[in-house]
Design a protein around this ligand. Structure first.
Ligand SMILES: [Zn+2]
Length: 239
């Protein structure tokens, strides 16, 4: 994992902690992780000021292969950090409350119409936070959903080839009922009817460059008409 991605992950994780735990978390970081986190924070600040570099596009490429490398290393390090924080603050609930999660990418067609993946942190912060909050509300609202979601994140490889999105897998297992694509969506390309109706990001797990990631897909073409990829209305119907 690059320092850039790790810094963003750490920053995102710290965002979920209360202030006292943040300080203790920061003290536990290695020098390299502290630098990566600081760089991610500065990058975010520059982007909010409009001075950030143009985000790079990742070619959309799904690879077959074994589950080794980035994800395993990331989850191991993250578990160690969470355990260290929980131990330091004397609160094991911290480690239990936060399911492991995958980094989120956005499926965005480029100018030629070919799909590319963009880091969710390339969105304006408010849009990124709103999209993630809506998705999180789906699995966080009931203990049984949280438990199912945790299981998916711990073994993401089992969900890669499912033919419905994460919302339907979490809520209805694999037996999604009702019409899924009446609004013009298509699995892994654009949002399903259920996610559109709930105004939540439609997401699935994919494996790219040997890493399991979570991918948010845009609304079907007709519903995102007139919106740009970095606007909330490109991904969900706004209230
Ligand atoms: Zn969906």
């Amino acid at each position: 994992m690059s320092d850039n991605v790790r810094g963003k992950d750490l920053l995102n994780f710290m965002d979920k902690l209360a202030e006292p735990e943040r300080s203790q978390f920061f003290e536990l970081l290695s020098k390299e992780d502290a630098v990566a986190t600081m760089q991610a924070s500065l990058h975010e600040r520059d982007r909010l000021r409009g001075t950030g570099a143009q985000p790079s596009e990742l070619a959309f490429r799904t690879q077959a292969g074994s589950n080794v490398g980035i994800v395993g290393e990331h989850e191991q390090n993250r578990s160690e950090v969470i355990a260290a924080v929980a131990s330091e603050v004397g609160d094991t609930a911290i480690a239990e409350d936060i399911p492991p999660d995958l980094h989120v990418y956005l499926r965005v067609p480029n100018s030629r119409g070919d799909p590319t993946l963009r880091d969710i942190y390339d969105l304006p912060q408010q849009v990124q936070a709103e999209l993630e909050a809506r998705f999180k509300a789906m699995w966080e609202c009931e203990p049984s959903r949280t438990k199912t979601y945790r299981r998916f994140m711990e073994k993401p490889g089992h969900q890669v080839n499912k033919d419905v999105c994460l919302r339907n897998l979490v809520i209805r297992s694999s037996s999604a009922k009702g019409t899924m694509w009446a609004q013009g969506g298509k699995h892994k390309e654009s949002a399903c009817d259920k996610c559109i109706a709930k105004r939540e990001a439609c997401a699935h797990i994919d494996k790219v460059n040997n890493e399991y990631i979570k991918v948010f897909v845009p609304l079907p073409r007709d519903l995102r008409k007139g919106k740009k990829w970095d606007e909330l209305g490109y991904w969900v119907l706004e209230d």
